[in-house]
Design a protein around this ligand. Structure first.
Ligand code: ATP
Ligand code: MG
Length: 559
């Protein structure tokens, strides 16, 4: 990871940290955490939070923990934990031995709750869920005290212990913090801190039938880990007073400080686990790692690189107000990285057969072609040439306009890295009139050299040798949604882009790609960036995903 990736300019969060450090807070330490709930795969929004938390830790020589915030048994699983670990690591971050689970703190959190009861700061409330809602009041009206608010401490302790023992049904009682039912901030109107939920937990099994609420568990988990700056998204702004309320009552010494930033919203994308789960469960995509998904695993399979994602996260910065980032900025970062680092290769997506009439039938020769035009250190490869070739169907026109610098009746064109060839005749399908084959001649003298007679041949096209190339399937992706802000639509599913996937079979890749390893990325000359599909690509049938086109085709549409 380069310096520029972690510390471009200061943002308001780093300003706060600088100030805390300057007044000697937290003994000069900076400790952050990335706290996902293992109820789905992480997406590009989470990547922003990962980059921010780990980036800050690195910049201030502090630490960043990976904590699974697994306090709600419904929907959490080991599959998700494993995916999160893999994805954060793949993004390029390391938490050393600081992998934690909020569920490991259940006993500790229980005793914190007992401590609150003993201080008279919490009570067991036996109103139903509906009644609790009713008593809570509204934005304009204060709430009403629960009739159980003044339950004696001994009775609260006894009831809470019995809740834990499993004596009561789900919803029969809850433990609530005793704060202020008239607070202008609804979050502070005696929030629930424990509820009964007879659900097995993927880690603690049937040990618990009561589970702590997020607002209670999160801040105390932060405190238990010695987190100094608890960075979260804006929707928790109203919860900050509650965060502080718990921590001030229960934690001595250094206390974590919550700082909110704007979550990432990306155009033509949904970034909510609930919606992503819906796409997966309704089979509207082919799983969490579908290359059209904004999940880290989907982006990896598509061919995005960790560096491109990190650069994007630096480029968007951290703001205090919600906004919608143009997805083309992410694509731009991917393109920039691959332009630098992806070797070049040739692949014909929609082949047209070309016979070089004057090239000896049994001859083959290898052209040595550079892997990167600006980077000799990336080496070169051998590209075999022979009598029968494939070129791109749309690199030939029977009656081309003047400015068409490709092959046409009477025209010449250079085959990238090889000879100049000249059109002789075409063969057409009798029924459809479609051109099925071209006959050309090659100019032997133009092997890596301009024509001796000084004639100009402007066009350069890509090609493969029919006898040597590898059959391939190429998957072209477009945006998954046709609406700029699908999350804001009433039914986001109705805005899926029907043309988000086009599968091209019968493509031909140059011979060197037969050894391409899963997830290797290439620039296919003139076509874009492509990645070997890690699931479906086989030695005898290569499968490539288009990572991103060479240029932003949507920019034209928008203008
Ligand atoms: P969602 O509700 O959108 O599905 P989440 O907040 O429930 O996401 P968590 O697992 O709780 O997902 O998130 C882990 C961390 O990632 C939190 O600190 C959260 O604030 C942060 N995060 C989640 N979504 C985004 C986003 N779009 N942009 C930036 N940070 C995010
Ligand atoms: Mg959340």
């Amino acid at each position: 990871m380069t310096e520029s990736e972690t510390s471009l300019t200061n943002d308001f969060i780093r300003d706060i940290i600088d100030e805390d450090l300057s007044i000697g807070k937290n003994d000069g330490k900076v400790a952050t955490r990335f706290p996902p709930e293992p109820n789905g795969y992480i997406h590009i929004g989470h990547a922003k939070s990962v980059c921010l938390n780990f980036g800050i830790a690195k910049q201030y020589q502090g630490t960043c923990n990976l904590r699974l915030d697994d306090t709600d048994p419904l929907g959490e699983s080991m599959e998700y934990v494993e995916s999160i670990i893999r994805d954060v690591r793949w993004l390029g971050f390391d938490w050393g031995n600081r992998l934690y689970y909020a569920s490991d703190y259940f006993e500790k959190l229980y005793s914190f709750a007992v401590e609150l009861i003993k201080k008279g700061d919490a009570y067991v409330c036996s109103l139903s869920a509906d009644e609790i809602r009713e008593y809570r009041g509204t934005f304009t009206e204060p709430g009403k005290d629960s009739p159980f608010r003044n339950r004696p401490i001994e009775e609260n302790l006894n009831m809470f212990a019995r809740m834990r023992q499993g004596e009561f049904a789900d919803g029969a009682h809850v433990l609530r913090a005793k704060i202020d039912m008239a607070s202008p901030n609804i979050v502070m109107r005696d929030p629930i801190i424990y509820r009964i939920k007879r659900e097995p937990h993927y880690r603690t099994g049937n040990k618990w039938v009561i589970y702590p609420m997020y607002d209670f568990a999160h801040c105390l988990s932060d405190a238990l880990e010695g987190i100094t700056h608890s960075i979260c998204t804006l929707e928790f702004e109203n919860n900050r007073p509650l965060y502080d309320w718990f921590v001030e009552r229960l934690i001595e010494g250094n206390r974590p400080r919550q700082i909110e930033f704007a979550r990432l919203n990306l155009s033509y994308t949904v970034l909510s686990k609930r919606r992503l789960i819906e796409l997966v469960q309704k089979n509207l995509v082919q799983g969490w790692d579908d290359p059209r998904m904004p999940t880290v695993t989907g982006m990896r399979r598509r061919g995005y690189t960790p560096a491109a994602i990190r650069n994007f996260c630096v480029a968007i910065g951290v703001a205090k107000n919600d906004n919608l980032i143009d997805v083309s900025l992410l694509e731009h970062c991917v393109r920039e990285d691959l332009n630098e680092n992806a070797p070049r290769a040739m692949c014909v997506l929609r082949p047209l057969k070309v016979l070089i009439d004057n090239y000896p039938e049994t001859q083959t020769e290898d052209f040595e072609i550079a892997n990167h035009p600006q980077k000799p250190e990336m080496g070169s490869r051998k590209v075999p040439f022979s009598r029968v070739l494939y070129i791109e169907r749309d690199d030939f026109m029977e009656d081309p306009p003047k400015k068409y610098h490709r092959l046409g009746t009477g025209r010449e064109v250079r085959l990238r890295g090889a000879y100049i060839i000249k059109f002789k005749k075409m063969v057409k399908d009798e029924k459809t009139g479609e051109v099925t084959q071209l006959h050309c001649t090659y100019d032997e003298q133009t092997r890596n050299a301009p024509p001796a007679d000084g004639r100009k041949v402007q066009g350069v096209i890509h090609w493969v040798s029919a006898a040597h190339c590898a059959p391939a399937e190429v998957r072209l992706y477009d945006r998954l949604f046709s609406s700029e802000n699908p999350g804001a639509e009433e039914e986001f599913i109705n805005f899926l882009n029907k043309d988000s996937l086009e599968v091209l079979t019968g493509c031909f890749a140059e011979a060197s790609l037969k050894d391409a390893q899963p997830l290797s990325k290439y620039q296919f000359e003139r076509l874009g960036y492509f990645c070997v599909d890690e699931k479906d690509s086989k030695a005898d049938k290569l499968v490539f995903n288009r990572v991103v086109a060479l240029r932003d085709s949507w920019a034209k549409v928008a203008r």
